[in-house]
Design a protein around this ligand. Structure first.
Ligand SMILES: [Zn+2]
Length: 435
């Protein structure tokens, strides 16, 4: 029987009417603030014909315009920020579709908000003082590592700031330091399990691991079951994108939806036309950050497809739950926790003169890890009988792709005319992974 514990029992179990009142008050403040402090939002509001005084109740949110990832790119690097630059305590950066990254800024308050959100979440997974949490997300510009790190410290746990890679050392330290929890991508945990076996170590029998907090890529319930059964642990889903702050929310011990903290974030689920779906229907996730300062987002189109569950959870928390993410509304691929857009690949390839017009991206699961192969047609002029020439070109393409994607890809060169041609919308991506 899981132990029920809360980081902030009063707010996590607050009546939903109280949460709605908080949301309404914060929404009005937010709209006022961004209208005053951001040229971007002021122009957006004017285009939509809406003024701050038009927003009185939560329902009025429908009058506000959406915000898109493209807006962040178009306003690179910091033109959407709403505080003076000397208030920005930290930056994180994620890759974008055109090679231009998205820059996210945090005030001291934003980092505290992020940390608190994860402290609530990690507590809801049964973690706390005495736990030893191995953080195996990337540290640095990516939000996963530092986000989980701060959350883990906040709840009084010990942290092993491992970062990614060096799998055998990860396993040794997990065993030697008695890690009780790990935060990483699900595919990486499966890879660790495989590697441990080769080292003659059973994570189930030889380690103290009891909890995994897994995310940054979609994963199925089948994968969860496999992880839990073979490793003897509980695996929880974690959610959040860099634009929202980074990872923010997890499932609780009920493992039936991800609690989104309603006092700080306002969730909507919309259909293709941008209208709200009926209760319990699936649609695109739209998020408004009610408490963020440096880079508040109003009706941000996250792009993930999910279902919202407003019923009170058996854990006692009243905050709404996002059910398992069902997919993306666009064509983004997530490979080993890294976002890859076909347009990024295209933009790289098209700068290389030896590359023809056609290419194909193949995502597949090799063992437990996802791999990306880019099949590229070489121009007739550049196609050589000499293997050495082709290998040189292959290496060059790999190198250029890695610079932009931050990901090692396989490259296969083929002769012009080899790849399928399409009438209308081309099918450049073949996702062979079954998730
Ligand atoms: Zn719950």
């Amino acid at each position: 029987m899981p132990m029920l514990d809360y980081w902030n029992s009063r707010i996590e179990r607050a009546p939903q009417e109280e949460l709605h009142e908080i949301q309404e008050r914060k929404l009005r403040q937010l709209v006022d603030t961004v209208y005053r402090s951001s040229v971007f939002y002021r122009n957006r509001f004017k285009e939509a014909g809406v003024k701050p005084e038009d927003i009185k109740t939560l329902d009025d949110i429908a009058k506000l315009p959406f915000t898109y990832k493209k807006d962040l790119r178009d306003n690179y690097p910091t033109k959407m920020f709403c505080v003076p630059m000397n208030q920005v305590e930290r930056y994180h950066v994620s890759s974008g579709t055109t090679g231009k990254p998205t820059v996210v800024g945090y005030t001291r308050g934003d980092i505290e908000l992020w940390t608190t959100s994860l402290a609530r979440a990690m507590t809801s997974c049964g973690l706390g003082r005495g736990d030893i949490i191995q953080v195996s997300y990337g540290y640095g510009l990516f939000t996963g590592g530092l986000g989980a790190h701060y959350g883990a410290e906040e709840i009084g746990a010990s942290v092993i700031p491992m970062g990614v890679g060096n799998t055998e050392r990860q396993i040794e330290l997990m065993v030697d330091l008695n890690a009780t929890a790990i935060a990483c991508t699900p595919s990486y945990l499966l890879h660790m399990n495989e590697t441990a076996k080769k080292m003659g170590i059973s994570i189930k029998d030889d380690s103290n691991l009891k909890v995994a907090i897994l995310g940054a890529e979609p994963w199925s319930l089948e994968t969860r079951k496999r992880i839990e059964d073979t490793m003897g642990i509980k695996a929880y889903d974690i959610y959040g994108t860099s634009e929202m702050s980074g990872p923010l929310f997890t499932e609780c011990q009920e493992q039936n939806g991800i609690h989104v903290w309603a006092d700080h974030f306002l969730l909507e689920i919309i259909d293709k036309n941008g209208d709200p779906v009926k209760d319990g229907q699936k649609g695109e996730v739209v998020i408004t950050t009610l408490s963020k300062q440096a880079l508040p987002l109003i009706r941000y189109r996250v792009g993930d497809i999910s279902i919202l569950n407003n019923r009170e959870c058996d854990c006692g928390r009243t905050h709404p739950r996002l059910m398992r993410i069902l997919g993306r509304s666009d064509d983004m691929l997530i490979i080993r926790g890294i976002n890859v857009f076909p347009s990024q690949v295209e933009s790289v390839l098209m700068t290389i003169p030896e590359v023809g017009e056609h290419f194909q991206i193949i995502a597949e699961r090799q063992g437990e890890l996802d791999d990306l192969t880019v099949r590229v047609e070489v121009t007739k002029a550049a196609f050589s009988d000499k293997l050495a020439d082709l290998m040189k070109l292959e290496k060059k393409i790999q190198y250029e792709l890695k610079k932009v994607l931050q990901l090692q890809t396989k490259v296969e060169l083929v002769e012009t005319g080899t790849l399928p041609r399409f009438q209308g919308k081309s099918q450049k991506v073949i996702d062979k992974r079954k998730i």
